[in-house]
Design a protein around this ligand. Structure first.
Ligand code: CAA
Length: 445
């Protein structure tokens, strides 16, 4: 059976930076450690005046096509995952294809294009669609381009304002992939939830605390569904577990929940029992409330054990390094978590070929997907070509007043002229609107 998976990945961060500890916290009158330690975020990326979801997506895709030496004929499908779309009819993928056609010979007229929506999980759903398309034999030897691109902005003053971000991830899905092979081991947790939504409005309506509970509930449901296909999972089965990362503090909670679930009825639970007792079992408690309290106490003990801390440091912590610097990229978030992990392994000189990843994706509204991937032989060569650290370091560092202008500039209800903070070079830029209110783009050489 031919392996199908992610052959290459490229990342494009918004070119502006808001430092949460230095710039945001003082204006909010908050302790900087609420951001750096509590949420686990140091900075957020923002789009410059000439950037939006199309330019960021097209710039990531161009880096990927150049690096892989691709032409439009090599691509049979372009799916864009976003929850920041500006058009209810014309998909962002048509704009991105139009941008790319400005710089490559040939065109994408025979590529199937679409836009996927299910909050942050849409990027992973687009990978699934591409996998299915190739496995069904409908790709005619061509690859799929999946672009996850978002400007994750919240209303000014919303508690979510601390977790904003902007950037794009482009992924090439192919036969015989270099990076990871996707598998059919996959589970879902999905329910009609009202935790985070944008009913025809740009900025989300969010019930922040509830959204965190829903994330964990759906993720647990997805893990159980995954295990019904793949069998019981054990913490040692996976080199890394990249989760959707709205902010690293959320992943801290997901990692602990996953670990507790995976060690239940294993020798790890037995060994830890000497120190913290066995996990509470619901049948031993009179009511749900008493059981939940016992679970909370047990989790507090579990997270302090040396065994858990070591596992977390090896399997989860490396997935968070990019997110800490860029914030939430919604659809791209879980894919930068995977990239962070692989990048950290390459930097540490680890041999990851044939090792497995468990990927936990999530979208509000709400759905989680857990699936397994296997790292491929060419992973290191691929991942070493990312220049994401350089991009992160060269962002323009905004003052608070500049941040306020940038937020207004990207607010669809406002018309704010703003000078660019950075000089565009070898990238697509937004240039204005055409006669039918369509957005226009140019390539700056
Ligand atoms: N030092 C260290 N830690 C501190 C601290 C300090 N001085 N002050 C606070 N903290 C800790 C808090 O204890 C808390 O950690 P725990 O949850 O582990 O206790 C953490 O910092 C955050 O503090 P608060 O809970 O007080 O923060 P908040 O109420 O201002 O907002 C939030 C937090 C609700 C997540 C808010 O940022 C929000 O609404 N975010 C948007 C929604 C979101 O991201 N939800 C995540 C799940 S939904 C999803 O994943 C989809 C998506 O992408 C949006």
């Amino acid at each position: 059976m031919t392996a199908v998976g992610i052959d290459a990945i490229e990342i494009w961060t918004g070119k502006l930076k808001l430092d949460l500890a230095e710039t945001f916290a003082p204006e909010k009158g908050e302790d900087p450690e609420k951001y750096t330690k509590g949420l686990g975020l140091h900075a957020s990326s923002f789009p410059d005046a000439h950037e939006d979801i199309v330019t960021m997506g097209a710039n990531a895709a161009k880096r990927l096509m150049d690096r892989k030496g691709l032409t439009p004929d090599d691509i049979g499908r372009i799916d864009v995952a976003t929850e920041s779309a500006f058009d209810n009819s014309k998909p962002v993928s048509t704009y991105i294809a139009g941008c790319l056609e400005q710089v490559y010979d040939g065109d994408f007229h025979h590529a199937n294009k679409g836009e996927r929506k299910f909050a942050c999980i849409a990027g992973t759903q687009s990978l699934d669609d591409a996998y299915n398309w190739i496995k069904a034999g409908r790709n005619r030897g061509r690859s799929a381009l999946v672009v996850a691109t978002d400007t994750a902005l919240y209303a000014r003053g919303d508690p979510g304002e601390a977790t904003q971000g902007a950037g794009a991830v482009a992924m090439l899905i192919s036969e015989d992939p270099s990076l990871v092979e996707l598998s059919t081991d996959q589970g879902y947790g999905s329910a009609d939830e009202t935790d985070f939504l944008k009913p025809n409005q740009q900025f989300p309506s969010v019930d922040g605390k509830r959204s965190m509970q829903v994330y964990l509930a759906r993720m647990r449901e997805a893990l159980e569904d995954y295990e019904s296909v793949a069998g019981a999972s054990h913490p040692d089965d996976f080199a890394y577990i990249p989760f959707h990362t709205p902010f690293p503090g959320m992943v801290r909670k997901a990692g602990l929940l996953g670990y507790r679930h995976m060690i239940r009825n294993t020798t790890v639970e037995e060994e830890l029992a000497e120190e913290i007792g066995l996990q509470p079992r619901e049948e031993d408690y009179e009511d749900r409330e008493a059981y939940e309290e016992a679970i909370r106490d047990h989790m507090d003990d579990l997270k302090s054990t040396a065994e858990y801390r070591e596992w977390y440091g090896e399997v989860i912590e490396p997935t968070l390094s990019i997110a800490r610097q860029v914030g939430n990229w919604y659809t791209g978030s879980v894919h930068i978590a995977r990239a962070s992990a692989l990048k950290s392994a390459a930097e540490a000189g680890l041999d990851l070929a044939d090792k497995r990843l468990l990927v936990g994706s999530y979208g509000s509204g709400a759905q989680a997907e857990i699936h397994a991937e296997t790292v491929q032989d060419g992973w290191k060569d691929e991942i070493e070509q990312l220049n994401v650290d350089d991009q992160i370091d060269s962002r323009y560092d905004l003052s608070f007043e500049e941040y306020e202008n940038v937020h207004d500039r990207h607010n669809h209800d406002k018309t704010i002229e703003m000078e660019d903070f950075t000089v565009p070079e070898e990238e697509f830029v937004f240039t204005g609107r055409g006669r039918m209110n369509e957005r226009l783009y140019d390539y700056v050489a």
